[in-house]
Design a protein around this ligand. Structure first.
Ligand code: GDP
Ligand code: IMO
Ligand code: MG
Length: 424
């Protein structure tokens, strides 16, 4: 009777989509527990590439059910676009019947997206660097108790409820941002999305998950974003608007903490961040460019170039602590094949003090990373199929990370394809 949780330990884009797809055959249900269309989870197999935003990454497997949990915010326009795209590629989820949607998930309205853009525009240089998908305003309505939920779409007065909320958004837009917008066109797309949503099973997902568990079925909770973007524990205010951590799986799915078994933490062999906010190990030099180019570090969702830097152990220790990580997955080790030497940030010099953890404020007082150098392996590892083929320098690198992080690295990812994954 257990749920495993898989989540990102950095600033997102650690390779969660790929690893969920790899692990899916072991699970009966893959359940997304937070975030929304701000996520971009990439999967590659059999020469095909898919980017999923709201849909869980288990949909390509036969016999695995997928659930969009109550903690997720759903934009019907974005979801329809995603479903239409999948259908064109031969994956019609309505026919496959492998997607369930929680009635308690919140609806993201077109006006949330407009509010997000208006808010970021007004903040100028101080903007969060949001994906502009409407995430912040939608979660604000959820916690402000104004929100609309998926279960509401079948109510006879849904349109009226929708219009009431839109009126509120329009008055905020006008009063605070001086913007007036004609929603008629986008409204049509919204209601088309709503009609499509109605064709999927809208479920009491907390009961469904508990029934799965009672029957001895295995559930994997799929996180979005990363721990350092968590609303409570990330580098606030440069964060997303949900709890991206293990606790988020409890609130985002209705499971209790005692039901969580393995917590699988994913991290890249280096760091990236897209959007604004502190990034202690950031490299703004040729090594940073090299990481970006070799790692193809451009947003799966927005196409923005990702900021790049060396691996940050104080940040990872913090993420492991908060999440209770029991197994690690190291991704994109192949990207470091092009480096003669590799740097690892083991500690920070913070205000003159050497510390090994992430302090409260890294925005106004920037920590200086203390780096340890290790030799690179300088060989192509993207085709290796067995752990015994791992070059000794990479073995040393992994061993060092395990010692420092005190959690075993169970999987090593050496390329974007499903098959480029080693069990250690
Ligand atoms: P997610 O948001 O955590 O699912 O990650 P993204 O899909 O946004 O970004 C990860 C990117 O790295 C995608 O383009 C993946 O195809 C790719 N990727 C995943 N694992 C590996 C790996 O081990 N090596 C390389 N080179 N690319 C990888
Ligand atoms: P996946 O699931 C990387 C970042 C944005 C911005 C901040 C707030 O693919 O790892 P938001 O749109 O949530 O209001 O943006 O969070 N961000 C992500 N960065 N990967 C993601 O998702 C992200 N989702 C949001 O760039 O800095
Ligand atoms: Mg991503």
């Amino acid at each position: 009777m257990a749920v495993d949780v898989l989540l990102g330990l950095q600033w997102g884009d650690e390779g969660k989509g790929k690893i969920v797809d790899v692990l899916s055959p072991e699970f009966d249900l893959i359940a997304r527990f937070q975030g929304g269309p701000n996520a971009g989870h990439t999967l590659e197999f059999e020469g095909k590439k898919f980017v999923l935003n709201t849909i869980p990454s288990g949909i390509f497997l036969e016999n695995t059910m997928n659930l969009i949990g109550n903690g997720v915010v759903i934009d019907p326009i974005a979801l329809k676009r995603e479903l239409d795209q999948l259908k064109k590629s031969g994956y019609d989820l309505l026919t496959k019947k492998n997607l369930l949607i929680s009635k308690k998930a919140h609806l993201l309205l077109p006006t949330h997206t407009v509010l997000d853009t208006a808010s970021e525009g007004k903040m100028g240089h101080n903007k969060i660097g949001s994906t502009l998908k409407g995430i912040g305003p939608c979660y604000m309505d959820k916690t402000g108790r104004n929100g609309l939920r998926i279960g509401d779409i079948t109510l006879p007065d849904f349109r009226e409820r929708y219009q009431n909320l839109v009126r509120k958004h329009a008055s905020i837009l006008q009063a605070f941002y001086g913007t007036t917008i004609d929603f008629s066109e986008i409204e049509q797309a919204f209601f088309e999305g709503i009609e499509l949503l109605k064709q999927f099973p809208l479920v009491d997902s907390e009961h469904l998950i508990h029934d799965y568990l009672k029957q001895g079925k295995k559930v994997l909770a799929e996180g979005a974003q990363g721990t350092l973007l968590d609303i409570d524990f990330g580098s606030y205010p440069f964060v997303t608007s949900s709890n991206t951590i293990t606790a988020g799986a409890c609130t985002g799915l209705g499971i209790n903490p005692k039901q969580i078994a393995e917590v699988i933490g994913i991290f890249k062999a280096y760091s990236t961040r897209v959007g604004n906010g502190p990034f202690p190990t950031e490299l703004q030099d040729e090594n940073g460019d090299k990481l970006r180019n070799q790692g193809r570090e451009y947003g799966a969702n927005t196409g923005r170039p990702r900021r790049t830097g060396w691996i940050d152990l104080p940040a990872l220790r913090y993420a492991i602590l908060i999440n209770g990580v029991t197994q690690l997955v190291l991704t994109k080790a192949d990207v470091l094949s092009h480096f003669e030497t590799i740097q690892i940030c083991t500690h920070y010099n913070y205000n003159g003090e050497i510390i090994d953890h992430m302090p409260y404020d890294i925005s106004t007082i920037a920590p200086t990373p203390i780096l340890k150098e290790m030799p690179g392996w300088q060989q192509d590892i993207s085709q290796i199929k067995d752990a015994v083929q791992i070059p000794p320098q990479l073995q040393d690198y992994i061993r060092f990370l395990e010692e420092q992080l005190e959690v075993p690295v169970k999987y090593l990812s050496v390329g974007p394809d499903r098959l480029q994954t080693l069990v250690l």
